[in-house]
Design a protein around this ligand. Structure first.
Ligand SMILES: Cc1ncc(COP(=O)(O)O)c(C=O)c1O
Length: 378
């Protein structure tokens, strides 16, 4: 049997919605992006949402409006996709890596506080694979130490922290709509924004600093000339992407439920396999199960790479767990002690998990996983 690693679930009438946009003649950023922003903001409990081309551009814009620039430092976890650090670099600032909590794999607030210097402008907690970071502690830290908070919520649409939606807590939370994420627009990003003045600025910055949207200019009944009060970028989402996003939002709860059910099936079976550890579930969190991470403990009888190799030869692609950015050549340099980050990067692997994974496919993954782990242990 061949089991895909991940597949987006297009079950919300996406093809028809896309055909309508194409027939309308307005395919670039326009009315559907505006509608998608409104629906997204409502879903995550933020007053406004601003669409972008990706989570990376969302993070870069969010950092920029938080005042991050050349010479500044931004504290980030190293255990994250490299985009987290690249967004800091794209602002001309320096990412400073702090260690994670070894159970949740999220940035440890105490380690983040220890990394604060006179140059620290912001802290970027990542809700890693859709498990909320400890936001009360980060928001308290932000208040007490006068540093900005920008959330990397790439995998966290629909996640809840102490009953509250991610997006409703901090001033700026950035989401990814890449196909590996919970819902998708092909490529795309969104920023949940609490200050309307900042939302308006973000809308200008994503369109070269232009003070008027194409939609507003198009609707004008008089001749209008746009102005460019500040410089910006092109980070505009298209109406084709937004049409997909509107359909995907409609089925978000179904998708989250399918992911949760499959993750619980994995948990129940993997708890019985010696040497393997299921993901930690803090009581405060409702996670999105964007990925399913298994830990191969240091005393396990099979190495992570060997297990991945054997599963691949069974027709089951897996992925290493979340990377450690500081171990890449592009971020080499002196770093603080990142012991928990390095252990997690070494010992975790991700199993196939996507909403349309069938029980038969999942049973096959579990059968192969148990066979390799147990045979090796015997
Ligand atoms: C934690 C995290 N941040 C940022 C990104 C970047 O997202 P995008 O591909 O939408 O730029 C990703 C994507 O994998 C991610 O996992």
């Amino acid at each position: 049997m061949e089991v895909p690693f991940a597949r987006p679930s297009m079950r919300g009438g996406e093809a028809e919605a896309l055909a309508e946009v194409i027939a309308s003649g307005w395919v670039s950023q326009g009315p559907r992006v505006a509608a998608f922003e409104t629906a997204f903001a409502e879903r995550v409990g933020a007053p406004e949402a601003v669409a972008t081309t990706s989570c990376t551009t969302a993070l870069q814009l969010a950092l920029y409006v938080s005042g991050v620039g050349p010479g500044d430092e931004v504290i980030v976890p190293s255990l994250s996709f490299i985009a987290t650090a690249n967004a800091v670099w794209q602002c001309g600032a320096t990412p400073v890596f702090a260690d994670i909590d070894p159970l949740t794999y999220n940035l440890d607030p105490a380690a983040a506080e220890r990394a604060i210097t006179s140059r620290t402008k912001a802290i970027m907690p990542v809700h890693q694979v859709g498990l909320p970071a400890d936001m009360d502690r980060f928001l308290e830290l932000s208040e007490r130490r006068g540093v900005a908070i920008v959330e990397d919520a790439a995998c966290a649409i629909g996640a809840r922290y102490k009953g509250r939606e991610i997006g409703s807590l901090g001033p700026l939370a950035c989401y990814s709509l890449h196909p590996r994420k919970v819902i998708t627009t092909g490529e795309g990003g969104m920023i949940a924004v609490h200050d309307p003045v900042i939302a308006a600025r973000l809308r200008r910055l994503r369109a070269h600093g232009m003070d008027m949207s194409d939609l507003a200019r198009h609707a004008a009944r008089d001749v209008v000339f746009e102005a460019y009060p500040e410089r910006g970028w092109n980070s505009r989402m298209t109406d084709m992407q937004a049409a997909l996003g509107l359909c995907q939002l409609e089925v978000l709860d179904e998708i989250l439920e399918d992911r949760r059910r499959l993750a619980e099936r994995y948990n129940a079976a993997i708890e019985r396999i010696p040497g393997l550890q299921t993901p930690h579930e803090p009581a405060y969190a409702r996670r999105t199960w964007q990925s399913y991470c298994v830990r191969i403990g240091p005393r396990a009888a099979i190495s992570r790479t060997e297990l991945m190799r054997r599963l691949l030869s069974d027709g089951i692609p897996t992925r290493r767990g979340v990377m450690a950015i500081h171990q890449e050549a592009s971020y080499a340099g002196p770093h603080a002690d990142l012991e928990h980050t390095e252990a997690a990067a070494r010992e975790v692997l991700m199993l196939p998990l996507f909403p349309d994974l069938t029980d038969a496919q999942q049973d096959y993954v579990l059968e192969c996983l148990a066979a390799h782990a147990v045979r090796q242990a015997a």
